[in-house]
Structures are given as C-alpha cells and as structure tokens.
Design a protein around this ligand. Structure first.
Ligand code: SF4
Length: 288
C-alpha cells in the first residue's frame, strides 16, 4: 500500500465535487462527440476529436467542429462511404498545424473499414483486449495496427501510414505516452457520467492516464511520479499510484486535474495568489 494514497484521496475527491464538469465540457474536445447519439457516430467523432487534440483546444476545436458539420449528420456513415478514389470530393477541407484533410481521410478510411468489419470500434477494441489477455499496452497497439492496416496508397502514395498519421494515432509500441489514444479510450470506457460515454465493455481499471504536460506537472506536485519524461512508462507509473486511490477507476481524476492545468489556475511554481483557492493545495508539494 502506498501510504500517500490515504492523504491524497480526500483532496482529489473534493476536487471532483468542486469541478463544474458540465461547464468545462463546453471548452473540451469531448463536447464534439457529445453532439451525436448513435454509438458509431460518437466513436468516429471521438476518434477525430481525440486525435486532433494537440495544442490549443480553442484553435483546433472550431476547425474540427466545422469539418464534422460539413461531413453530414452521421460521421460513421461518412467513414463507411469514404472512397479511396473520391475522397477529395467527399471530404470538407481541414487544416490545423501538421494535420490536413488527407490525414483525416486516412484516419476515417481506416476507421470506416473497422466499422464494416467489426460493427463498431468498441467491438474491435474488445477483441484486441481479449486477445491481449487484458494487457492494455498490447491491446492498444493491436487496436492502432488494425485501424491503419488498410492500403493508404490512394491517399498518401504509400501503402503504410505516413508519419503524420502515426502522429494522429500513435501506438504505444514505441514508448510514447499516447496521450490522445488514452484520452479516446477514457471517453469510450469510463462512464456514462455526463463527461465520458462508457460504451465499451472493458474494465475501467485497464485504462492508462492520458499523460500530457498538465497531468505531468500536477502529478509531480501530488507526488504521483518523479519521472521527468512524458513516456508510456511514466503514464503507467502515475496510473498505478492512482489505482491505490481507486483500483476500479484509476483515471477518474484525469478530467478534473487536466482542467486545473488547462484553465491556467495551476501555475508552474508556487504562487500565493493563484494557489490560494486551489482545492488540492493541502496535498500539493509546492506547499506541504
Ligand atoms: S496549490 Fe498551486 S501549484 Fe499546487 S496544484 Fe494547486 S494551483 Fe497548482
């Protein structure tokens, strides 16, 4: 038993109570899949929204919202119908930093083939999880490989995924923290709780924290890790510590902690003014 767990749990539970989650959703990429009802539409919108969730949400979210609106009422139907010969006329224009329409076309094409083959992305992931005997890292690697295992030549002039597609849908095989893949899994597996959807039938205990700079900084402040790198290994270490607080649902604090960072309320160092109203000040290593 990690002794600090008993010290952290009440503070983090209080943070969950204090967080106005419904209001935060409006500024979060998860608001985009919440615009749909059918599971396959939510899955495709969530895959796009999580994959593009690098950089600032206020920059990428309106662009993806416009892309989804122009795609039509059912992103899953659009993914199924995507033709390698006609994709340029089928898809709206998209551009955000290192991602453009071509990259989203590759992702949608692979996801559309997975929907045809397995019925839903959830059914695919559940199979990957079973074959991997519950090993999350292996299940995630199999899931990513299955999505991109399509001939991408008509899109990018090569059969295999481009570097840009590997950036959008990273595999844990190479050690990266795979923040956006783990975010997508959190959305699909946890809940339903008004934030996450809870569609997929794999244990919440198998989730890995979506590790980004905000979670990494706050994890250091809370004593969840001393590791300096944003690697899959660090994500596993933080998740294992959080599992000491709640073994069934170790990533339940992710949304609240991440928004403490995103909102700018948590500075990168001790700040008398900003820290004064922080709900986890009593367990933050900047202060205790
Ligand atoms: S006390 Fe300050 S530094 Fe610590 S988590 Fe809260 S806002 Fe961040």
């Amino acid at each position: 038993m990690w002794r600090r767990a008993a010290f952290l749990k009440p503070a983090l539970d209080a943070l969950l109570v204090e967080l106005p989650a419904q209001r935060r959703i409006a500024a979060d990429p998860i608001e985009l899949p919440h615009r749909y009802r059918a599971q396959d539409d939510v899955e495709i919108a969530a895959l796009l929204a999580s994959s593009i969730a690098y950089g600032r949400a206020d920059l990428f979210k309106p662009r993806l919202a416009r892309f989804l609106e122009e795609l039509g009422p059912s992103p899953a139907a659009a993914a199924r119908a995507l033709s390698p010969r006609k994709w340029k006329s089928q898809l709206p224009a998209f551009s955000y930093r290192m991602t453009d329409t071509r990259d989203l076309a590759c992702l949608l094409y692979g996801a559309g083939r997975a929907l045809e083959r397995h019925g839903s992305l959830g059914a695919l992931y559940e199979k990957c999880f079973a074959v991997a005997a519950g090993d999350s890292r292996l299940a995630q690697a199999r899931f990513v490989a299955a999505i991109v295992d399509v001939d991408l030549t008509p899109f990018v002039g090569q059969r295999t995924p481009s570097r840009r597609l590997k950036h959008l849908l990273a595999s844990p095989e190479r050690g990266s923290a795979c923040k956006r893949l783990n975010l997508f899994l959190r959305w699909m597996v946890r809940g339903p709780d008004g934030v996450d959807f809870g569609f997929w039938k794999v244990p919440k205990s198998s989730l890995v924290i979506p590790l980004d700079t905000h979670i990494h900084r706050l994890s250091g402040f809370l004593g969840l890790t001393r590791r300096k790198d944003l690697s899959y290994k660090t994500a596993l270490e933080i998740t294992a510590r959080l599992a000491q607080l709640d073994p069934e649902d170790p990533v339940k604090y992710d949304f609240a902690l991440c928004h403490l960072g995103i909102s700018g309320q948590c500075p990168s160092r001790r700040d008398v003014v900003k820290c004064a109203g922080c709900p986890i000040r009593g367990v933050c290593r900047m202060w205790v």
